[in-house]
Design a binder for this molecule. Sequence first.
Ligand code: DOR
Ligand code: ZN
Length: 474
Amino acid sequence: MRLLVSNGTVVTAAGPVRADIACADGRVAALVEPAAPTQADEVLDASGCLVFPGFIDPHVHSRDPGATDKEDFGHSTMGALAGGITTVLEMPNAIPPVTDAAMFRERARHHERSAWVDFGLWGLSLGRSNIDELEGLFAEGAVAVKLFWGYALDRDTKQLIYNTAGHPPERLLAPPETGDVWDVCREVARVGGLLGAHCEDRHVLDAAQRATGAVETYAELMASRPDTAEAAAIALATELSRSTGCRFHVVHMSSARGAELVRSAQAAGVALTAETCPHYLLLTDASFDLLGPLMKVYPPVRAEADRQALWAAVLDDTISSLGSDHAPHTVADRQGPLGAQPAGMIGVETLVPLLLDEVTHGRLPVTRLTQILAERTARLYGLYPRKGALLPGSDADMTVVDPDASWTIDNEALHAKQPLSPWHGWRVRGMPVASVLRGRVVMRDREPVGERRGRLVRARHQAPATGPETATTR
Ligand code: DOR
Ligand code: ZN
């Protein structure tokens, strides 16, 4: 099967080029001169469009199996597909969570039955209790292991406890102590993996929550989760990473202080990287008046100065990856006092459109979009250059964008099982109009084309990133 993507502007990590992309057997065969004679079974005309390496959302919670009243993998990956994502990296905190190699294999089989896009899997670190399983998880191809630092988990289900006050104390499993996290870092470094952590220090959170009391307003929510909690966790992560050599990734960074600390750690040569999300780049505490509890997320959306500092960090490469932190809840979850509600919002389908809007308005260079949603993310998670690039031999995954299409994000048109988006009603310019997954057109005009064909992609962290064989699709 040979596909030719013709007449588009290909946005590589080095910049835009006019080229056609010839694909064969699911891989990129070559970038050729526009309109050069090329044999193809199918042609996708990308005239007037930008062609990106298929975008990756590295931070998706599909709740499957487990809380499938909130979301499931079919819905989240359908949303990903419609929104211009061709690979999602699925978080491990479903029920049961992915804590060892056997569960990794089972989860991969489970998701292959419903995946509309390709997917990688995160493993879960429970501190010392599954430290001996981490090597096996990375051997299976885990993209990273996740540490929910700062969260208590339910002892049985290992689900996040959003508000400890409402949970039976005997069922709370505290996050690992610093020494245990140090051990985890040493082990992740030994096996050449990647540790990704929710960085909020639990002792700072405890003190802040004691001082704040019941949370009813957004100001109280922010006071109960101050930037000091994020900064303290990142400062500790810096030292643990420095002393062990562990590659440590700060997920969903939310504050100016966090960005400053990551920047100085990187300048000192520490293997610390960071992600942020659209809600931290586009919303502030003032947005609560309009959005209400729909924008409750941990860590919280903060002040305008934080928003601006995060943009600066995206532009200067302190932040090298963006994810949606797609974390759905139900309408019923959004009732009652703010303090008692769970945290998290949907986002996998709107990640690309929101960032395209920043590109078309001149606030984000188009090449930077390829870097942060494809190339840099793929490298970080051990998927490059199989994913994240359009080099000969790369998977032929592409996101085709009409940069001039203006449209309005609408809950009714979103594919999530619980379409409660804080972005409902946002007008954006730039639309993903087609996607290619391993050489097949799988999306047009935000709807799927053909059967679901998403597959597991395994990370290969230890292999040097020199050839397409560094990551494999089963
Ligand atoms: O707000 C959040 N919700 N933050 C997280 O870290 C997890 C997420 C969830 O899974 O609900
Ligand atoms: Zn998350």
